[in-house]
Design a binder for this molecule. Sequence first.
Ligand code: SF4
Length: 290
Amino acid sequence: MKVIRAKSAGFCWGVERAIDIAREYAQKGRHPVYTDGPLIHNRQMMEVLTKEGIREVGDYSSQTQLEVKAEVDDQSVMVVRAHGISPERRTYLKSLGMEFRDATCPDVGIIAGKVRLHAKKGFVTVIFGDPKHPEVIGLLGYAEAGGHVITSQADIDALPALGDKVCMVSQSTMFVDEFAMLSNHLKVKYPSALIFDTICGATKDRQSDVVELKRQGCQAIVVIGGRHSANTVKLAKLVEMQGLPCYHVETAAELDFTGFKKYQMVGVTAGASTPAFLIDEVCQKLEAVV
Ligand code: SF4
């Protein structure tokens, strides 16, 4: 069977950078290397990193107090994840008394910078994103004059009067079309609103590659990645929106490869937090289907 692997499948540069930063400390013998919540939203990769001495503490959304004080010494280091954190969380993590290293993805840093700059000028920020996602929680922390998270037109309709200083940004991993539709809707309610399309290039590439796989003739698409990875879940949804059968799995073990005999061409893509070894295994097993 012909298998087409999306060019963008797997780690985005922001995730790769955060992993490299944490690994560099671990390889230098710095232990423990703490991360405030899972460094990436991929269970299999987290198992690999844990064995290397990179230890996740705290919770998914980086909000709980960390019970690490008793263990902290001059070898400990705290690495901030690619999702970034709020200014308050930064102050808290720095107060823990260990080296602090910020591995926030520069693309998330740009969004935080826009929110902070406009908040200082008195703008209210509307963020299109998942209110429970750590990136959105972090960004909200920069919206000094007020921040609102929306996911739908109904959420925009329910917003109060916000004056004439409103700006809108997006969580980096949202759908491009949805952002365009919602920003147009926001403009109707707040005509002077400033709109910043802050969906990152890596996300846009992954989304357009799904469309490209269909254009190339793939009859089904396998999406590999964590079920709690926002961008992977979105990729799976996008495949379904293209009208193609979608197989969302975390590992090759979840796939019934004999069921693929009915296809001549299958596409493979993976979320930004999916390591190459998981993608390689799925591709090899699919290629062996006759
Ligand atoms: S998905 Fe985009 S914003 Fe998020 S870590 Fe990757 S490159 Fe950075």
